[in-house]
Design a binder for this molecule. Structure first.
Ligand SMILES: Nc1ncnc2c1ncn2[C@@H]1O[C@H](COP(=O)(O)OP(=O)(O)O)[C@@H](O)[C@H]1O
Ligand SMILES: [Mg+2]
Length: 352
């Protein structure tokens, strides 16, 4: 794994302990409906999230995402299996210890759900007051939190006077005020426009870097995963069916997550209609490695062209998906050259 020269607080946290911040083992949650039938919302789910990581959880509606969040916060007890957060077995805690443990988990939702009759500062102070933090300390924390989320000047504003993005910033400040070890974000940007989404994601990444907090983001937006997640899990029918560090997942070109993260480009129909040979190429190039230009030159050498393509930079690596067309008598040679160049390449419609 490559490291950046400046060690962030998050990286220190990651290196400091091999024990994951969040550890789920074989977690099952069965709901019994009124007619006696059972719904297996979580089905033997296991997952470890290292301290200081930003972990994305994706999955279609009904996959079990909300149930997972409720189990993590102990709003819901799993039917079986174990859940450890910050080293504590959530199922084994007394109700007093559970309250303490819950304070270690901050929550951010799709809508900030602020109290309309209170200012931004009062909203941030609210959970601190509930937790019995003294007034002076509260004021100091609120100032620090407003500063962290870039709203130093807006503490006295009421929610109605704030934009959607600003409200979400207040929501994040409120979630962080009590110094949690874990920040659980359930669709934090789903109600925001693309530009605001970008700024909120930047803030979330910043929060991790500055505070070293472990972040779990539930999302249906692959852009969220692409831009800030270190690792990702695909949840389906209560199970994690794929997952891992982003770079690994993306490099596994046949995985569903890889297809979702960097979709294979559509090839114009007339090319396929004309009986053209399309080679699907996938590259993962780390800085200093030959990448896009090299692939293009191979295509050119074989009398080919690029019919469609997409590039993304994910965790510093250049990820490319290209549809290369070549004359039929060059297909084998072009594929061999692409393999030699370290790319995955296969003739479209010709997958084993
Ligand atoms: N309180 C509940 N009672 C009964 N079934 C539930 C309850 N909560 C969730 N479910 C069921 O569990 C499954 C997972 O739901 P959920 O965790 O809400 O998924 P997601 O958040 O990914 O959409 C679904 O089939 C849902 O209908
Ligand atoms: Mg849900």
């Amino acid at each position: 794994m490559s490291t950046t020269p400046t060690q962030t607080k998050a990286q220190e946290a990651q290196h400091a302990s091999a024990t994951p911040m969040i550890s789920l083992k074989d977690v099952t949650k069965v709901y019994t409906l009124r007619d006696g039938s059972e719904v297996r919302a979580l089905d033997g789910l296991s997952l470890d999230i290292p301290a200081g990581h930003i972990h994305g959880i994706v999955g279609t509606s009904g996959a079990g995402k909300s149930t997972l969040v409720r189990c993590l916060t102990s709003l819901e007890r799993p039917t079986s299996g174990s859940i450890r957060v910050d080293g504590k077995d959530m199922a084994a805690l007394s109700s007093k210890d559970l309250r303490e443990a819950r304070r270690r988990i901050g929550m951010v939702f799709q809508h900030a759900n602020l109290l309309d009759s209170r200012t931004a500062a009062q909203n941030i102070a609210y959970p601190l007051a509930l937790a019995g933090v003294k007034k002076g300390n509260r004021r100091e924390t609120v100032t620090r939190m407003l500063d962290l989320v870039g709203l130093s000047e807006r503490g006295e504003s009421y929610p109605a006077q704030l934009s959607g993005g600003q409200k979400q910033r207040v929501g994040i400040a409120r979630a962080l005020a009590d110094d949690p070890a874990v920040l659980l974000c359930d669709e934090p940007t789903s109600a925001l426009d693309p530009e605001t989404t970008r700024s909120i994601l930047e803030l979330i990444a910043n929060v991790r870097d500055q505070l070293g907090v472990t972040i779990v983001i539930i999302t249906h937006e692959m852009g969220v995963v692409r831009s800030i997640c270190d690792s990702v899990s695909l949840l389906e029918a209560g199970r994690i069916v794929e997952g891992g560090p982003i770079d690994q997942v993306v490099s596994d070109v046949d995985s569903r997550l890889s297809h979702e993260l960097v979709p294979v480009p559509a090839v114009p129909a007339d090319i396929l209609d004309a009986g053209g040979h399309v080679i699907d190429v996938a590259i993962t190039a780390h800085p200093g490695q030959p990448a896009a230009a090299h692939i293009l030159s191979i295509a050119a050498q074989h009398g080919g062209d690029v019919a469609a393509g997409v590039f993304e930079t994910i965790r510093g690596a250049q990820i490319g998906r290209l549809a290369v067309t070549v004359p039929s008598d060059h297909v084998d040679a072009a594929i061999a050259a692409l393999h030699d160049a370290g790319a995955a390449a296969h003739l479209r419609g010709d997958r084993a």
